[in-house]
Design a binder for this molecule. Structure first.
Ligand code: ZN
Length: 455
């Protein structure tokens, strides 16, 4: 196939690129949440680090009060942050000048001014609260309903947790603030930000057209902020350069620096909370399905099925996209069930062992998320794909005629694997997840230690 390519006319080449784009556009129509419920991952990491780092409790402060207290320095800080992103991030879409944060002293619109300057969904909720596994009866607790903290109230994973409301001034452990916050980027702040998402802010934010994923799906529009395809073959990038337009590094740097800025200004509550926001994207990059376009498909195979698509044979591409989407959802559901059960039963598991281990974390630098973390996670993709295909139910991961989100029985996935392949299959799957999450434990620790060292 490759030999044929140079003989394509310019028209054909353009058509080829466009068609490849069309095909991959569909790739992320489903399941882009990555690890299900990040506090499950964040808590054990914090628990270990707390033995050596100083996590101090903090009194909750509303976002508006925090912003008003630091308004002047914040304007300077955000201008510096924009300059950093323009200088250091390839493919960065600069923030339009009219969105710049200007210190006007008006508390009524300070939240909106901040959200537009950091270009998140203006409807993002930031109540004062913390999340715990459901079933812990907390005396006198007022629980938040999902509508009060997320733009996606129907997410299945939310049912396993309670969201406990807090009044301003209520004191929380740093670990609770960080772990709770580490799920917040999945509550809709990165949705609707592109020009073709049919939102007024998407048209103003300057991110252009959504590079991949279905722009019509609310949840899908966050994919380019939570996925980082930095280590695909040059061949894939040649035909799909838009895959480089991802933004997790932008978010990680912004939230890490905001955390440091809050600490510098003696606002520890927001220091811990922004730290949690940044940790979310580091965890996402440890997920092989978030750093690899089509796990299990070589570059040549990807180009081949795309070539067939151009010839009018679209089934191989459609099947590949559906299978990858189903496998992505299957492994994340499995992860949530295994971790939640281990926690409820106090039984422990390999995944928690990996998150809990006392790693010697390397020094953090801003290239680490891309060059080290995403690279290592990308290298796990092939094996993860092979193992889940071997052990998970055929209909869940190998039948492209089915959309996994629509079929019954997904919640029984652990039992189904055990029944058909025995305990050893569970151990192998757990070990794979442990390998991926060990990356988060390792480099998440670097990130946390770096912020704390500057306090
Ligand atoms: Zn995410």
């Amino acid at each position: 196939m490759l030999k044929k390519m140079p003989s394509l006319s310019l028209f054909d080449q353009t058509r080829y690129r466009c068609l490849f784009l069309t095909a991959v556009l569909l790739a992320f129509a489903f399941s882009v949440a990555a690890w299900e419920h990040h506090p499950l991952l964040t808590e054990p990491v914090l628990e270990t680090i707390s033995e050596t780092e100083s996590f101090t409790p903090a009194a909750a402060v509303t976002l508006e009060d925090f912003l008003s207290a630091v308004e002047g320095p914040l304007a300077v800080f955000l201008a510096e942050e924009e300059a950093w992103a323009r200088e250091h991030l390839p493919w960065y879409a600069p923030c339009p000048e009219e969105l710049d944060f200007v210190a006007t002293g008006n508390p009524d619109d300070i939240r909106a001014r901040f959200f537009q300057a950091i270009r998140i969904n203006p409807n993002t909720k930031t109540p004062l609260y913390f999340s715990v596994l459901s079933g812990n009866d907390i005396q006198g607790a007022t629980l938040l309903s999902p509508e009060e903290f997320t733009l996606f109230p129907d997410a299945a994973a939310l049912e396993s947790f309670d969201f406990v409301s807090l009044l301003p001034g209520g004191v929380l452990n740093a670990q609770d603030i960080i772990a709770t916050a580490s799920n917040e980027p999945d509550y809709g702040m990165d949705t609707g930000l592109f020009e073709d998402n049919d939102t007024d802010f998407g048209r103003r934010y300057g991110f252009g057209l959504q590079p991949f994923g279905n722009p019509g799906l609310d949840y899908g529009s966050q994919a380019p902020f939570h996925m980082g395809f930095y280590h695909e073959s040059p061949l894939v990038f040649l035909f799909a350069p838009f895959l480089k337009r991802t933004y997790p590094e932008y978010r990680i740097h912004l939230f890490k620096r905001l955390s440091e800025f809050a600490f510098e200004n003696d606002h520890d509550y927001w220091g811990w909370r922004f730290m949690g926001w940044g940790l979310h994207y580091l965890a996402d990059l440890s997920m092989p399905y978030h750093t690899t376009v089509l796990p299990g498909y070589s570059a040549l195979r990807m180009l081949w099925i795309n070539f067939l698509d151009i010839l009018g044979i679209s089934t191989p591409v459609d099947n590949a996209l559906q299978l990858v989407s189903n496998r992505h959802m299957a492994i994340e559901t499995y992860q949530r069930i295994v971790m939640e059960r281990a926690l409820r039963e106090g039984s422990g598991c390999a995944i928690f062992d990996a998150l809990n281990a006392d790693y010697d974390a390397p020094a953090y630098d801003d290239n680490l998320p891309r060059q080290v973390l995403a690279n290592a996670s990308n290298q796990l993709a092939r094996q993860m794909n092979r193992t889940l295909v071997k052990y998970m139910p055929y209909d869940f991961v190998s039948n492209p005629a089915l959309e996994l989100g629509e079929i019954e029985g997904l919640e029984n996935i652990v039992e189904m694997v055990a029944e058909s392949h025995g305990v050893q299959a569970l151990e192998e799957l757990d070990a794979l997840l442990a390998d991926a999450l060990e990356l988060f434990a390792h480099y998440g620790r670097s990130y946390i230690a770096d912020i704390i060292s500057k306090r």
